[in-house]
Design a binder for this molecule. Structure first.
Ligand SMILES: Cc1cc2nc3c(=O)[nH]c(=O)nc-3n(C[C@H](O)[C@H](O)[C@H](O)COP(=O)(O)O)c2cc1C
Length: 356
């Protein structure tokens, strides 16, 4: 049976299909429940939320599904550079973005560099909730956190963008490793080397990790249909994690405009930029992502997000789509489904048809 793998057994799910966690407003209970209720693993991307917000959202999740699901957090959620950030530098970088604010007729925002990490407190909420799975990116939680997860029966899943990161995750005894290919939408969650020095495509990364580790592997990046699932399983993955194809469905938290962009030809050209948040991520190429080149100085994460937020609101209100960046993975050419239920159903049936 194609759908019985180390991951389905480990996580107690029917199909080795995981909905990629998506934080910062892209998560919805409806999307999580569609995937978990269909036998996959739905995910709650919670990294921007307070512990209280996480507990509140979890009540709604429990009303929508009684199946296993995943809560995802960012181990490193504030760049070290933000500590004692020089005010002159903050002002200088803000001024780099002034022409865009002027163009939209909005003032530059006042910004405070006092942004504490939320991670440890979020983990306390997660331990109260005890989801089936705790997945994380941008690092490895402390031994204490990993031990406590084990004690509570929560499976841990870390993400690797290089073989070295996968080896570090295996050393920490996580239950599964996400091989995060360069094709993937959203942030590049590297934590050992800089993200720009960790550009491995999924097919290579998967085989590198398979050759050197024994931990079950979840393949992520550029998988959007049954053929992609079969390819990943053939190369040694025990499950797949799909982001962009779920982001494009009506159940996701993406705006209608964002979903429309994902289905348009424009999404065939994606680019890597730090412009949106201060950390490198993949988004649809447009005027703003081109102008704010990778080399352009930006504020540390998550301060850049706070700088860009009012610009995004104004650009949306004025219909200036070339001034907004839209997250997207590289592979949008096989996007077909607007309903998460239909997407899950097609992935399950068509993968079964391909593997006889
Ligand atoms: C808008 C967006 C937000 C994301 N946010 C997170 C996140 O908070 N945590 C995480 O582990 N992965 C995040 N990801 C990555 C996805 O979970 C998934 O691994 C990735 O999208 C898979 O590649 P694909 O987009 O090519 O399918 C995000 C992806 C997107 C597109």
């Amino acid at each position: 049976m194609w759908n019985s793998t180390k991951i389905t057994q480990l996580l107690g799910i029917d199909y080795p299909i995981l909905q990629g966690p998506m934080g910062a407003g892209f998560f919805t209970t409806a999307l999580l429940a569609s995937v978990s209720n269909a036998g996959g693993l739905g995910s709650f991307g919670a990294y921007t939320l307070s512990p209280e917000e996480i507990l509140e959202a979890d009540k709604k999740i429990k009303e929508a599904t009684n199946k296993p699901y995943n809560i995802n957090l960012w181990v490193n959620d504030v760049d070290a550079a933000l500590v004692n950030y020089p005010p002159e530098k903050l002002e200088r970088i803000k001024q780099l973005f002034k022409p865009y604010f002027d163009e939209l007729g909005v003032p530059l925002p006042d910004l405070s560099t006092d942004i504490p990490s939320k991670f440890e407190k979020q983990v306390e909420a997660l331990f109260e909730i005890k989801p089936a799975v705790f997945s994380f990116i941008f690092g490895i939680p402390s031994k204490e956190i990993l031990n406590e997860s084990r004690r509570l029966g929560i499976k841990t899943v870390g993400a690797a963008t290089t073989l070295d990161e996968a080896l570090a995750l295996e050393e920490a005894k996580v239950d599964a490793i996400v091989a995060a290919g360069f094709e993937a939408g959203g942030h590049r969650p590297s934590f050992l080397r800089p993200a720009q020095d960790s550009f491995t495509g999924l097919f290579t990364l998967l085989q590198q990790i398979k050759a050197k580790t024994n931990t079950p592997i979840i393949a992520a990046g550029g998988i959007a249909d049954a053929k992609g699932i079969v390819a990943a399983l053939t190369l040694g993955a025990d499950a797949v994690q799909i982001g962009t194809a779920f982001l494009a469905t009506d159940e996701s938290g993406a705006t209608p405009l964002h979903r429309q962009m994902l289905f348009s030809d424009e999404s065939n050209h994606t680019t890597i930029s730090k412009s949106l948040t201060g950390r490198m991520g993949r988004m649809i190429h447009n005027r703003i992502s081109q102008n704010i080149a990778f080399e352009t100085e930006v504020l540390p994460f998550p301060l850049q997000t706070k700088l860009i937020a009012p610009l995004k609101v104004a650009a949306l209100a004025q219909g200036k789509t070339e001034m907004i960046s839209f997250w997207s993975g590289q592979n949008t050419s096989s996007l077909k489904y607007h309903s998460a239920n239909e997407l899950m159903h097609a992935l399950i049936t068509e993968t079964g048809n391909l593997i006889v």
